[in-house]
Design a protein around this ligand. Structure first.
Ligand SMILES: NC(=O)c1ccc[n+]([C@@H]2O[C@H](COP(=O)([O-])OP(=O)(O)OC[C@H]3O[C@@H](n4cnc5c(N)ncnc54)[C@H](O)[C@@H]3O)[C@@H](O)[C@H]2O)c1
Length: 360
């Protein structure tokens, strides 16, 4: 049968249809966010999530190439007892590395160690207590690790929380800022002498930090890092992920200036089906659960770019970047602002009470 609609009219109708769908989705998001929003942070985060999901629908997940055996090498994975961190630790253990799972929940940590041992009797894996919501706990973890006399070749700053209700860490910092960012800032800098001594030219030790595409919706307000002006858990999460990205990039510049054999990588694991989403508002959680099985990545897929940046010889000496789905990815423009990086670094050092000699 002959069609009466010309190709141009067809294209216009398709474009109008897509526009209408996007408009409807935007209005739904706006409705879901209306009670929790502040400076449209929630709306921006969910809109971003929608774009990432569409991208994941059409883009194949990155397939991890074969990675070298890791015998004699030591890796620390924060929050390695579940989700992306667990899959990262499991894979590293399979490759023969000695793994320290660092987490705040001992029961979960011990169970993760047991599961890895069940799969691989030879695995060298242990759990160590680390609560990133307490600077004292971070310092205690580093002291206890240093007493073991082990080197550290890979540090994976993986642990994180998202959209927890408004609360403070033991040191009085906003929870996302304190756990996701400041805790890892202090941990990395306290371990830096170990990382410097464990790496060598041609085989740098590596710091892999889990950021997120959510950083695109983030803003660093140097005068209000605790988000006290107008609190939104959404804005706080996005800010913490942007701060991690600025930290990772600035740390690489400092290490390069000192000629130290340590490389840093910031990673977006994609949207992965883990317990990270448990604090979403009820309507958003309902939608997330409905689409998660179909569109979200599995934790092992989320861990693949983490493992790639942590271990791939092809990335040797190629630090300082932001990686997603096995490739370098675009960051938000303010990530490259050197003054912002430096100011954030100085403020963070002061907040965690870091001595000069710990800074590269
Ligand atoms: N899941 C995703 O879609 C996604 C997307 C982008 C970025 N990320 C990032 O990936 C990382 C891992 O997240 P996930 O999806 O596996 O989530 P998850 O909730 O499964 O795991 C988070 C881990 O962090 C640990 N943790 C939380 N608070 C801690 C604290 N105070 N001290 C020590 N450990 C603590 C938890 O115990 C857990 O092991 C996070 O940094 C997250 O922001 C995840």
């Amino acid at each position: 049968m002959q069609s009466f609609i010309s190709p141009v009219t067809k294209a216009i109708l398709v474009a109008l249809f897509i526009f209408a769908i996007l408009l409807i989705l935007y209005v739904i998001l706006w409705y879901i966010c209306r009670d929790v929003d502040c400076d449209h942070a929630a709306l921006k985060l969910y809109w971003l999530g929608l774009k990432v999901l569409l991208n994941q629908l059409f883009c194949r997940p990155f397939t991890l190439p074969e990675l070298p055996r890791q015998h004699g090498r030591v890796a620390i994975v924060t929050g390695g007892s579940r989700g992306i961190g667990y899959e990262t630790a499991r894979h590293l253990a399979r490759l023969g590395a000695h793994i320290i799972i660092a987490g705040q929940n001992e029961v979960e940590g011990v169970s993760a160690v047991k599961r890895i041992h069940e799969e691989n009797r030879e695995a060298k894996v242990e759990f160590e207590q680390l609560d990133l919501a307490s600077l004292q706990s971070v310092r205690k973890f580093v002291q206890s690790f240093k007493r073991k006399g082990l080197p550290v070749h890979v540090l994976v700053n993986n642990a994180g929380v998202m959209l927890v209700p408004e609360s403070c860490t033991k040191d009085g910092f906003e929870h996302h800022f304190g756990v996701n960012y400041l805790g890892h800032f202090l941990l990395t800098l306290l371990l830096l002498d170990k990382l410097k001594h464990s790496g060598k030219r041609g085989s740098c030790s590596r710091v892999v930090t889990l950021s997120s595409s959510a950083h695109h919706a983030g803003e660093i307000r140097l005068g209000d890092l605790q988000n006290r002006h107008c609190y939104s858990a959404h804005a706080a999460y996005c800010q913490s992920k942007l701060a991690l990205l600025l930290f990772s990039s600035h740390l690489q510049q400092r290490l390069d200036r000192g000629g130290f054999p340590v490389s840093t990588y910031a990673v977006d694991p994609g949207m992965v089906n883990t317990s990270l989403y448990r604090h979403l508002t009820p309507p958003a959680r309902l939608v997330q659960r409905a689409v998660a099985r179909l569109l979200f990545r599995r934790p092992s897929q989320g861990a693949s770019t983490v493992l790639y940046t942590a271990l791939s010889p092809s990335l040797e000496g190629d630090g300082g970047g932001y990686w997603s789905n096995g490739h370098t990815a675009m960051t938000s423009p303010n990530t490259h602002d050197p003054q912002l990086q430096l100011s954030l670094w100085d403020i963070s050092s002061r907040l965690v009470g870091l001595q000069e000699h710990h800074q590269p």
